[in-house]
Ligand binder design. Sequence first.
Ligand code: BES
Ligand code: ZN
Ligand code: ZN
Length: 471
Amino acid sequence: MNLNLTTKKLDANIEIILIKDKKIKENKSLLKLLKFTGEDETSVLLPELKKLYVGCETNDPDNIRIAVATAIKKLNTTNFKSAYIKCKDNLSSYVDGFELGNYNFTKYKSENPDAKNEDKNIYIVVDEITKRIQKEFEDAQCISDAVNLTRDFVNTTPDDFYPEIMAQEAIKIAKENNLDCKIYDEEYLESNNMDAMLAVGRASRHKSKLIHLSYKPSGKKKAKKKIVLVGKGLTYDSGGLSLKPADFMVSMKSDKSGGSAVLGVMSAIADLNLPIEVHGIIGAVENMIGGDAYKPDDVLVAKNGKTIEVRNTDAEGRLVLADCLCYAQDEIKDIDYILDFATLTGACVVGVGHYTSGIMGNNNQLNYSVVASALRSGELATSLPFNRYLKKTIKSEIADICNISSTRYGGAITAGMFLENFITDENKKKWVHVDIAGPAYVESSWGYNPHGASGAGVRMAIQFLNDTIKK
Ligand code: BES
Ligand code: ZN
Ligand code: ZN
């Protein structure tokens, strides 16, 4: 699909018409005969009239995205080669709907039934193309591309996407966007006392990688803020010796979603041309079993010297993130905000459902502003507050801290509070933890998100970057 912005009414095959608030204004009797009421996520194609009607709950951005995604999916079931839609406002939501709704992961299909849709031309018709409108169009495309790139990474199987590959993808993104890129191997982790991260990857035949991408505004533009994004990049999570049951292991290729989202953001950052210094740090690791595996009962020492009693090797993401967070704060000074993205706990999915991310940290105000950015971007998120009572449940009798809680309730929050141990006093109020375990990967389509990876985290992070410039 090629998306075009235009002011001319074109002689395209089909006109897409969004029916907002169920207010049908034309072809009423015909649409009634077809039992089309303008219901959300429904559409009806009248080929002879060259019209595609799509229900759109209200004119809100997310309803537009869903309706436009419904339209492109319907068009993709036909051989019509072109279509147009009139757009009065919310241009970026139209772009999102087309670009995110059109996504299909076909890497492992021997025949790609969607190949014929690749040359479809879609025109968004606006009254005039000002500089601002053109930028809104291009930025929305750039962000959608980043989301779709993240989806591709996450959907790729663990045998095709292991830490080394994740590092290569980072190098590719850096080259294409003129970013600085450092890849550290296990020798570096060892000599820098990152034993928590090292232990998790020990039983894998794939060596762990620490990835650090950075962007600094070019030319005369001075960075107004310095923001660090840290991602959990578990290219596979078998659970380790605390092995996952068969049903729970399926889909654990998605445990690299946080790291993949950080890669996605970094792929867009240069084109968005924001006056912010942005660092993307990813712990790329595979959690496997074997004679060399780390064990429940081990005590690990993290980069900041804190000792961790391992009681469950499936709570591995927090061990990797612990060292990555330490690395970030040791290497980068005067951070304004540090956000981590991780498919950290099943408990977060139990708590808030599949479609919502959990936002945690020590600064309620900052948590709320991340929630607000997420919602503005079209992602669902909610704040999960820390408290002193749950904090006590991750104490250890033999080490400084335990990698699991003594209670099975509140698991998303106790995981977040574990991470807090690896945030320096200076950064305590600048850090936010985002648990994307729910929305990152869902095995059925929802709205404009497909079966599988959604690219969760990318739009919320970019919106947060945009919103901080205004602060
Ligand atoms: N990667 C999982 C969390 C997860 C679960 C992500 C479901 C996506 C969907 C994480 O490493 C994990 O296994 N966490 C454990 C923690 C427990 C052992 C304290 C969990 O959630 O069960
Ligand atoms: Zn795990
Ligand atoms: Zn995991």
